[in-house]
Design a protein around this ligand. Structure first.
Ligand code: FES
Length: 280
């Protein structure tokens, strides 16, 4: 469909109809997402301190003192891939690994709403007038997400497929986080603080991924009749369960953002030797 500019036919909304603390949500999102972005950017370029089984880390921190060597790989560097050499510059693998999970988050319906409100003030919130100069300029050429660059958001379903692959990989990393070994000894099962950190993170990431609107549509969308066949009834049952998760999508979105960051911080602190002990 050809895109057409949308003009507001009625006067702007009153300056401030809402008397509640509507600004807390966008401001809280901006604070959290900005802190997350700064930390992840730092870590992605750092290219180090991301795995406890790198020989140097395991030897330096865990060998010779009786501590068991854990198998922790930060989600920012999973799966383990080599860095790319461009001339004299080594491109950290996190820089191309993160393209996929970040595409998923940035095209997520919840993040789009939060980013448009928190960073672009477009709109600020329901029943709150946008800053006047911005409002006037935007209304004259408002095309929603039907033209470049925002039309790219429509690729969210494909980002979801990639996210599912990453969930599988991160579940494997989580299982690995429950296995430890002494130097030159076989791996065995154990539960340390890091194991719990990884488990909480993957549970929150799974809740976020499988509460996705695209997943809900794949499960139960495009069905005209939910009672016409066994398959349709099964889809309806699954759709109800996904809908339960979906109703809390914003919660999973933010909780998993925090858990990814905290899991990475934990691995960073362990691999730098800041957190030490038989329990890490
Ligand atoms: Fe948020 Fe798909 S809508 S992850």
């Amino acid at each position: 469909m050809a895109s057409t500019a949308v003009k507001r036919s009625s006067p702007a909304l009153p300056a401030l109809l809402r008397k509640d603390s509507w600004w807390m949500s966008p401001m809280g999102f901006v604070a959290l997402f900005t802190a997350f972005s700064i930390w992840v950017t730092f870590r992605a370029f750092q290219g180090d301190y991301y795995s406890t089984i790198v020989t140097d880390v395991a030897t330096r921190l865990f060998s010779g003192n009786g501590w068991l060597i854990p198998n922790y790989l930060t989600p920012l560097y999973s799966p383990t891939l080599p860095s790319i050499t461009l001339g004299t510059y080594h491109v950290s693998p996190a820089l191309y690994i993160l393209i996929f999970p970040l595409s998923f988050r940035l095209s997520c319906y919840y993040y789009r709403k939060a980013i448009y409100r928190g960073y672009l003030a477009d709109p600020l919130a329901c029943a709150v007038t946008e800053p006047a100069p911005l409002d006037k300029a935007r209304r004259l050429k408002y095309n929603g997400e039907r033209t470049l660059p925002l039309i790219i958001m429509n690729f969210h379903r494909f980002a979801f497929y990639a996210a599912v692959v990453f969930i599988v990989l991160l579940w494997k990393d989580t299982i690995d986080a429950f296995f430890f070994h002494a130097a030159n000894q076989p791996w065995h099962f154990g539960v340390h603080v890091g194991s719990i950190v990884f488990l909480i993170n993957i549970l929150l990431l799974s809740a976020y991924t499988f509460s996705c609107h695209s997943w809900r549509h794949l499960i139960g969308g495009s069905a005209d009749c939910y009672s016409c066949s066994v398959l349709a009834r099964t889809r309806y049952g699954l759709w109800n369960k996904v809908s339960f998760l979906n109703e809390r999508h914003g919660l999973w979105a933010m909780a998993s953002l925090v858990s990814v960051a905290l899991t990475d911080v934990y691995v960073f602190l362990v691999t730098t030797g800041t957190l030490r002990g038989p329990w890490v």
